[in-house]
Design a binder for this molecule. Structure first.
Ligand SMILES: [Zn+2]
Length: 348
């Protein structure tokens, strides 16, 4: 497999939120987790998903037609339509987001070509560059699998070109748009999305899992590492009933979690050893840290990738039991996406 590049860049809006752009392997799924400013406050949110049983994720009714409706851009404007999320309406706009090249996160290796604001979970106005079918198709894939209400966690959806001379390929990444971690940006490698549609699907699920496991009910960005009884991942402490706290308890026990340096960026290399010793991982990159482990397993789950080992199957089965997560797969099936082959590197 190709190597992975890691990039650390400054996040948007000069709030000194450091964004960890995790690497993504060509022909493996993409990755990205965000790191908010460690001093940042946490804003209360209405979305209590995952924190108290069935709240949140089960409420939205799957409507895979939402994605198809994205093409209804020119409805003539005759009848104002209240979009439910997951759709495209380029007339929707917001002005609370820095959509400059720098604000989006362009640097030496990532060059933004396009960005749209996301308004109430719908892809809204172009705010940077030139739009194109690849980014719209990426949005539609994301919208096909994601309950519309959850797309409200996005404020920006962008496309970039990457300098691959570093030896790896970043397929996508997400980062926070505010210190409190209430709003996110998702960015897609346009060339990869264009060339590898199956990988794009996995990537969308992978990336969005980095968002729904990092919203404020899931992680306490106020917490000090020493006060964290679950897992402090460098940006905050997962709340006791969060998805990631449970994931770590279940699958990163027996000292596994102690091997992880939360400040180290995830790479294939950093997961290689754990992968070799443990058949539960969906590839070495998944073994790099719990977040990538969950993201890879979740993407496999959403697109019905068959488990290669019993240990992989255990992870898929656990995801299936979590409130709201089956909805992603239900939507994927309803949209005729997948099943996809298991092309993850073997572990164990
Ligand atoms: Zn990732």
């Amino acid at each position: 497999m190709p190597t992975v590049t890691l990039m650390v860049t400054q996040s948007k809006n000069a709030l000194r939120a450091v964004v960890l752009l995790t690497a993504c392997v060509l022909l493996a799924t993409a990755c990205g987790i965000s790191e908010g400013d460690l001093l940042a406050g946490i804003a209360p949110r209405d979305n209590t998903a995952f924190n108290n049983g069935n709240d949140g994720f089960d409420a939205a009714v799957p409507d895979v037609d939402d994605a198809g409706a994205a093409f209804g851009l020119d409805q003539g404007g005759a009848v104002p339509v209240q979009l439910s999320g997951g759709q495209v309406d380029l007339s929707l706009d917001r002005f609370d987001i820095d959509c400059s090249d720098e604000g989006l996160g362009s640097d030496d290796t990532v060059f933004f070509a396009v960005a749209h604001v996301v308004v109430d979970g719908n892809l809204g106005a172009l705010c940077f560059g030139e739009s194109g079918p690849t980014l719209i198709r990426s949005w539609e894939t994301l919208a096909a699998i994601t309950p519309p209400d959850q797309l409200r966690d996005l404020g920006l959806f962008g496309g970039f070109e990457a300098d691959d001379e570093t030896g790896g390929t970043t397929l996508a990444f997400v980062n926070t748009l505010d210190d409190a971690g209430t709003l996110f940006q998702m960015s897609i490698n346009l060339a990869e999305a264009e060339n590898y549609p199956d990988e794009l699907m996995l990537t969308m699920a992978h990336e969005f899992s980095h968002i729904f496991t990092a919203t404020s009910p899931q992680i306490d960005r106020f917490a000090e590492p020493r006060d964290c009884n679950t897992y402090y991942n460098g940006e905050g402490c997962y709340t006791d009933k969060s998805v990631m706290a449970e994931w770590v308890r279940l699958f990163w026990g027996n000292g596994l979690i102690d091997q992880v340096d939360p400040d180290q960026e995830a790479t294939v290399d950093s997961g290689e050893q754990r992968c070799a010793a443990n058949p539960s991982f969906f590839g070495a990159y998944a073994a790099s840290n719990p977040e990538e482990d969950f993201a890879e397993a979740f993407s496999a789950y959403v697109f019905d990738v068959p488990a290669a080992t019993n240990e992989q199957e255990e992870k898929l089965a656990w995801i299936h039991t979590q409130p709201g997560l089956a909805e992603f797969r239900d939507r994927s099936i309803a949209a005729n996406l997948g099943p996809l082959d298991n092309n993850f590197d073997p572990c164990g």
